[in-house]
Design a protein around this ligand. Structure first.
Ligand code: T3D
Length: 261
């Protein structure tokens, strides 16, 4: 059984973390398969949206700690290399790929699993899901972008407490705090997340890609630089096929059919 399931639908792809007995903890095999699957989605022009979720009662419990058992004669773990080889490129790819990534958090999301979810563009969670910055519980620090993302999402005071205490936060509170987009009843999560992925896949993909880029860059830029980038963005998008279609559809009171061009 593969530790990652990749299913292609019309215009969008669903990636499912598939080690349910370990709450989808990330072992070496799963990491290689996940990075490959996300890379494929990023490079595939026919894929206009990605949905990431987990199989079973957990979304992802972060690094598989069975692989980190210390043992006599075992070489010391090279953490920097391990993080740089997987967690960093994965977070970067999700944040920068030119299409939206939806995360459906079906259960507990801990450590790198929590930050993997938060790196996605739109995060939906089942009411029973929890998020845990589990790193300091085992003497580590956040990775997968958590120390960058969390303060931006929930503010510095809440980010500090979440990171330093390693307490779980439930999905309702995560939504109230602005950490995620919304909470849905457990039995509706799959259906709602699929609806969202389909809707995004039918929207003007190039415009969404540029929206994502603008948002990514905003936190580093002055308002004047950001205004310039917005003007340049309108210039590019104003020449796109989808813009012409959007305006024509509006003027003719019909539903637009965007091609992602
Ligand atoms: O190493 C590097 O490369 C550096 C990068 C690190 C990135 C990280 O993600 S560090 C953080 C690693 N993750 C954690 O510390 C979380 C560990 N897990 C937990 O704290 C709890 O399992 C949860 C809070 C996530 C869920 O608790 P609960 O009570 O719902 O479930 P459970 O009984 O603890 O777990 C169910 C099974 O999954 C259990 O196995 P068993 O007893 O049924 O055979 C448990 O051992 C296993 N499991 C859960 N998390 C992991 C795991 N096995 C391996 N690695 C895990 N991370």
């Amino acid at each position: 059984m593969s530790s990652i399931l990749k299913e292609e639908f019309g215009g969008w792809v669903k990636i499912t973390l598939n080690r349910p007995n370990r709450l989808n903890a990330l072992n070496a095999e799963m990491k290689a398969e996940l990075l490959a699957a996300v890379t494929d989605c990023a490079n595939d022009q026919t894929c206009r949206a990605v949905l990431l979720t987990g199989n079973g009662r957990g979304f992802c419990a972060g690094q598989d700690l069975d692989e980190r058992k210390a043992g006599a004669g075992k070489a010391p773990m090279r953490f920097k290399e391990a993080v740089s080889a997987f967690y960093n490129p994965l977070a970067t790819l999700i944040r920068t790929m030119e299409k939206p990534v939806v995360c459906a958090v079906n259960g507990v999301a801990a450590g790198a699993g929590a930050n993997l979810a938060l790196a996605c563009d739109i995060v939906m969670a089942a009411r029973s899901a929890t998020f845990i910055q589990a790193f300091s519980n085992i003497g580590l620090v956040p990775d997968t972008g958590g120390s960058w993302l969390l303060p931006r999402l929930v503010g510095d005071a809440r980010a500090r407490a979440l990171i330093m205490l390693g307490h779980p936060i439930d999905a309702e509170k995560a939504a109230q705090w602005g950490m995620i987009w919304e909470v849905v009843d457990d039995n509706l999560l799959a259906e709602e997340a699929i609806g969202l992925a389909k809707e995004l896949a039918e929207r003007p993909t190039r415009s969404l890609a540029l929206c994502k880029k603008l948002l990514n860059e905003a936190s580093q830029n002055s308002l004047s630089r950001q205004l310039e980038l917005e003007a340049e963005g309108q210039d590019r998008m104003g020449k796109s096929v989808d813009y012409a279609e959007g305006v024509d559809a509006f003027l003719n009171k019909r539903k637009p059919v965007f091609r992602g061009r």
